[in-house]
Ligand binder design. Structure first.
Ligand SMILES: Cc1cc2nc3c(=O)[nH]c(=O)nc-3n(C[C@H](O)[C@H](O)[C@H](O)COP(=O)(O)OP(=O)(O)OC[C@H]3O[C@@H](n4cnc5c(N)ncnc54)[C@H](O)[C@@H]3O)c2cc1C
Ligand SMILES: NC(=O)c1ccc[n+]([C@@H]2O[C@H](COP(=O)([O-])OP(=O)(O)OC[C@H]3O[C@@H](n4cnc5c(N)ncnc54)[C@H](O)[C@@H]3O)[C@@H](O)[C@H]2O)c1
Length: 475
């Protein structure tokens, strides 16, 4: 007989998103059980954001030192790959989640380690890691925060080789001499540059070019940065088949008949919500993408007790947006339990709905140079029926010249001409990631351009690009 447990809310998955949902639920006065099958902290902490950025940052710091006369002369060596890997290990706490589990306990959340699945309305069954089977009844809600799984492309022979996914690439203990990367998305380009800087000879196969969601000039700057580090970017290269070579490496045959060989193959071709094996059929749902509203409530569930947030909801696969969805869902669940006014069907921009998921999503590609974008491209804005204009220029202000000798960067703003507010901004160049939040505030706050004119950028910072953009726009 399974042990039975009663709680207000069960959160399945203790990644960054599940942790935030449970935290908001407890802060809202409810009890929460958080179930985790692997490491508390999830993908971002151990196999994604943190280790990948830890692998990239030393190379960027070195390039920055080399970009200035005076400090350039002080650089006498190359990256110490072993030290970089060691520093990366410290950011993942050597894949030990004791610190995160301690935070969960301190937040008043009950942690159960094991694999959970739905077992009917408001019921969750857990195969606990200590061998017990638990049956948890949730008085108010169940939140799916199970993250995502790699989308493995249907490339002939891929199942016969021992290839890396992003998990293996972010946790590797050594640098392969030759690395072939399939996938020109964010994960592919970041890891291609990280490994090239750590000494690998990298070929990146990007069938539609790199960073498809970014405007062309930003993509070009990143491609040049990759090239400068020796990454061979093969745009339009579509892999047809893969085989193991006699020396233990891999050979990728392209659709045009060409071949590329490496000691390791990294496949970074996107991710899908992790919904398989979750018992969704017990509540009348399939394992295809869930349909959720702004507070994460899953459509088609009587009583609205099932929620999905973060990668599991599949709207925006980014940690910060997932955590934002979790805050909205957690607050909504707690408020709905108390029948708080405005929580049942919240208005846009209420704290119970993740409105920015549609209009103001920021993303940074942590390559060198960086690419940073928030909101819509001009094409997306026009597709959405917005009377959009675009203003773009190279970043060439006193702050950028001081930042690096021969600084090269690009900026673009997309304006809704009817409302005279920003709906999209892109920056590309060294150090631009820290500029992005100014654009996010302008978009989420719908700051009128005539008022934005009065947001004076400090001299001499790269932020002066704002002034140049507004002047070029006509202010
Ligand atoms: C290489 C790489 C780099 C990235 N870099 C960035 C970045 O720089 N910035 C950024 O914003 N985003 C980045 N992302 C995306 C980011 O990692 C994800 O958006 C984020 O991890 C999603 O968080 P989550 O909590 O929804 O899912 P996850 O972090 O995947 O957590 C889900 C958790 O649920 C658990 N789980 C799943 N099923 C069950 C079950 N049945 N029972 C119990 N537990 C279960 C899993 O074990 C896991 O711990 C990156 C992704 C990759 C692949
Ligand atoms: N800095 C960051 O914020 C960051 C970094 C890494 C990953 N992420 C997130 O993690 C998720 C996964 O990243 P990703 O780069 O794997 O996904 P992605 O969807 O961004 O890119 C996948 C790439 O793989 C290519 N591809 C797909 N199938 C292919 C095939 N059969 N052959 C060749 N190429 C193929 C696509 O054209 C695309 O360029 C994304 O949602 C991303 O936003 C974020």
């Amino acid at each position: 007989m399974p042990e039975t447990v009663q709680t207000d809310v069960v959160v399945i998955g203790a990644g960054a998103v599940g942790e935030n949902a449970a935290d908001r639920i407890v802060r809202g006065g409810l009890s929460a059980v958080l179930v985790e099958a692997d490491l508390v902290g999830g993908e971002c902490s151990y196999w994604a954001c943190m280790p990948s950025k830890a692998l990239l940052r030393p190379g960027t710091a070195l390039r920055e030192a080399r970009s200035l006369a005076g400090s350039r002369e002080a650089v006498t060596g190359t990256l110490d790959a072993a030290a970089v890997l060691e520093r990366r290990n410290s950011f993942t706490s050597n894949w030990d989640d004791a610190g995160q589990a301690e935070w969960v306990a301190g937040a008043g959340i009950d942690l159960i380690r094991g694999r959970a699945r739905l077992a009917g309305e408001r019921e969750v069954e857990v195969a606990a890691t200590d061998g017990r089977t638990l049956r948890i009844s949730a008085r108010h809600a169940v939140v799916l925060a199970t993250g995502s799984a790699p989308a493995v492309p249907p490339i002939e022979g891929l199942d016969t080789v021992d290839f890396w996914g992003t998990r293996e690439a972010t946790s590797a203990a050594e640098i392969p001499a030759r690395l072939v990367v399939i996938g020109g998305g964010v994960a592919g380009v970041e890891l291609a540059q990280a490994y090239a800087r750590l000494g690998a000879k990298v070929v990146l196969l990007a069938r539609h070019g790199i960073l498809g969601s970014f405007p062309e000039p930003a993509r070009m700057l990143v491609a040049e940065g990759l090239g400068a580090d020796g990454v061979e970017v093969r745009a339009s290269a579509s892999p047809a088949s893969v085989r193991r070579t006699d020396d233990g490496g891999v050979e990728v045959t392209l659709e045009d008949g060409g071949t590329v060989t490496g000691d390791r193959l990294l496949v970074a071709t996107g991710r899908r919500p992790a919904l398989a094996g979750l018992g969704l059929e017990t509540v009348g749902l399939g394992t295809e993408m869930l349909d959720t509203d702004g507070s994460g409530r899953v459509a088609g569930i009587d009583g609205g007790w099932l929620y999905a947030v973060g990668d599991a909801a599949g709207k925006v696969l980014l940690t910060h947006q997932g955590k934002y969805e979790a805050r909205a869902a957690g607050d909504a669940i707690a408020a709905r339990a108390k029948q708080e006014p405005g929580s049942a069907e919240p208005d846009a921009w209420s704290r119970f709905t993740a409105t920015a998921d549609r209009f103001a999503v920021p993303q940074v590609v942590f390559t060198d140079p960086e690419a940073a974008m928030v909101g819509r491209t001009v094409e997306q804005a026009r597709e959405d029926g917005i009377n959009a204009s675009e203003t773009s220029l190279d970043i060439a202000v006193a702050g950028s010249a001081l930042y690096a000798d021969e600084y090269r960067g690009w900026a673009q703003m997309v304006v809704d001409e009817d409302r005279r507010v920003l709906v999209g901004v892109t920056f590309a160049g060294p150090g631009v990631s820290e500029l992005l939040h100014s654009a996010t505030i302008a978009i989420a706050g719908e700051v009128p351009l005539d008022r934005l004119w009065h947001a004076v950028p400090a001299y001499p910072t790269i932020s002066e690009v704002w002034l140049r953009l507004l002047e070029k726009y006509g202010l």
